[in-house]
Design a protein around this ligand. Structure first.
Ligand code: CU
Length: 154
């Protein structure tokens, strides 16, 4: 009886630990990184971009300070802005993720820019991206690479 009970408890623990995040989500501390993805690069001379959603399930704000990937000699979080109808982008600086909030990195907005590519980003492969957060520390996510014209994951 006791044995059956402990086995039942074990399987419940197993189910619970497998539940909280879906396959393409990664958790670090209070942060959940959802659906990371990247666009195939056009050769190696042009930078490549990656996107994801960062959710803060805690109550205290955190900040994304830096990004890196083995495929790139220089990676930065970029913000996109439009001035007089001309779109430009540049380093975003620390990106705050407020407690209970989320930050979307998507085409046309915030994105991870991978410059000085060491290897091309090829459709169907993946790229590992390491995110450094002020409070939660470092986390590496694996982003599938979609076609060069992709506008969203999947
Ligand atoms: Cu950029």
């Amino acid at each position: 009886m006791l044995r059956v009970l402990s086995q039942a408890l074990l399987s419940i623990v197993f189910i619970l630990s497998a539940l909280p995040v879906s396959a393409d989500s990664t958790r670090v501390g209070d942060l959940v990184i959802d659906s990371p993805w990247a666009r195939a690069s056009i050769g190696m001379s042009r930078p490549a971009a990656a996107y994801m959603t960062i959710r803060n399930e805690g109550t205290v704000s955190d900040a994304l300070l830096a990004v890196s990937t083995p495929l790139s000699g220089m990676a930065e979080v970029h913000a996109t802005s439009t001035k007089n109808g001309v779109m430009s982008m540049g380093p975003a600086g620390p990106v705050e993720i407020q407690g209970g909030g989320n930050v979307l990195l998507a085409p046309g907005g915030l994105h991870i820019m991978m410059m000085k590519l060491k290897k091309a980003l090829i459709k169907g492969k993946t790229v590992e991206i390491t995110l450094s957060f002020k409070r939660s520390g470092k986390i590496t996510v694996t982003a599938p690479i979609y076609g060069p014209g992709a506008t969203r994951p999947g």
